[in-house]
Design a protein around this ligand. Structure first.
Ligand SMILES: [Zn+2]
Length: 366
């Protein structure tokens, strides 16, 4: 009998969408059975969005090394798993910028030693470099159209299926430059967002007319305020204690509401590529900001511990982009080879080897 989370799925790879069954096993019995509506792949014109630029990649990787050295003490122990509270029974996953990612043998979670809390707070509250990804005017239109709009639409549909009516309100935790909040308001929702980074908050106010709540949601009072949809897009990888943040976010969820979390997936081609070629890493296994890389089981565990079970999952990634970028760094990449490499992504998404996962989760049945 298995122990922990399992996934049942059709043997024939699905094209676009399918039904999965996620089950949690404890003491040889199933304690949670969650039918999960799954989607595979997301169109993204990665060349319009980022392009492959070996020189820029190399610079970003060197910046990452410097930031990682400032954040981490090379001697620190990884400690217990932040997702399943496993006692720290880990194996080494990859070493990037002098920092070891380890993997929990119990839930598969990938993580680095927790840096000092003050160093983390300094890094996120004021960093222009972190804000720059979200506030770059050159990619703002593509970000809104190809990143924010499809994710928002997916989340709204998932919430509507669970509520039985369109959601009326949204809280975005780690709201970045406010694009998600702005998009939700445009669709008529009451939408609010929390964001730590002051540059992001300024951008949201000045460019999108959105006043985000500047500060840490862990320290905010919910005051009984509830939302139909609570989202954490690419946030849980940054925090030392993702379980605590999800539990906090759960307090804002209205009865019958949906929580949506997006996390980087450890079981992906990007992870494998960076494990084999760790010299120039500029995203994904980034120990200067990504303290966590989730297994499907580790994020399911985090949600479960807050009384939530997955209802929908969306697998997609930038693994092919990662591979093409690494090939370009290690030699000339012809246009033909670049195009062929980027063409692999839909297959990786369908095979669940993609580096990104969005999960919608709802309250577990009593
Ligand atoms: Zn674990």
């Amino acid at each position: 009998m298995p122990e922990g989370w399992t996934r049942r799925a059709a043997l024939t790879p699905a094209d676009g969408a399918s039904e999965e069954l996620w089950e949690l096993w404890e003491d040889e019995r199933v304690v949670a059975a969650a039918p999960v509506r799954a989607r595979y792949g997301k169109p993204l014109d990665v060349m319009a969005f980022r392009g492959i630029d070996a020189a820029a990649h190399r610079r970003a990787a060197l910046d990452l090394c410097r930031a990682a050295a400032a954040l981490h003490d090379g001697e620190a122990d990884a400690g217990p798993c932040p997702c399943c509270e496993g006692a720290g029974d880990v194996e080494r996953l990859a070493s990037v910028a002098g920092v070891d990612y380890v993997r929990c043998r119990r839930c598969g979670h990938g993580y680095v030693p927790r840096p000092p809390i003050e160093a983390l707070a300094r890094r996120f509250a004021a960093s222009e470099e972190i804000a720059a990804v979200y506030t770059d005017p050159d990619t703002a239109a593509v970000r809104m159209e190809q990143v924010v709009a499809p994710k928002l639409a997916w989340a709204l549909e998932a919430a509507e299926r669970s509520l039985g009516r369109p959601p009326a309100s949204l809280l975005d935790i780690g709201a970045g430059a406010g694009h998600m909040v702005a998009g939700a308001r445009r669709r008529g929702l009451r939408a609010e967002g929390y964001e730590l980074n002051r540059h992001c908050c300024s951008f949201a106010r000045e460019r999108l007319g959105v006043e985000l709540r500047h500060g840490d949601v862990l320290e905010a009072r919910s005051g009984g305020e509830r939302f139909d949809l609570v989202t954490l897009w690419g946030v849980l990888e940054y925090v030392p204690d993702p379980t605590r943040l999800v539990a906090r976010a759960r307090e804002f969820l209205a009865p019958g509401g949906t929580m949506v979390v997006e996390v980087p997936r450890v079981d992906s081609i990007s992870t494998a590529v960076q494990r084999e070629l760790p010299q120039f890493v500029a995203r994904h296994l980034d120990p200067a900001s990504h303290l966590n890389a989730f297994s499907d089981a580790s994020i399911a565990t985090v949600l479960w511990r807050s009384g939530l079970v997955p209802s929908e999952a969306w697998y997609f990634g930038m693994d092919a982009f990662e591979l093409a970028s690494q090939l370009a760094l290690h030699g000339e990449l012809s246009e033909e080879l670049c195009r062929a490499t980027l063409g692999l992504q839909p297959d990786l998404d369908r095979a669940r080897l993609a580096d990104d996962l969005v999960i919608a989760a709802t309250g577990a049945a009593a």
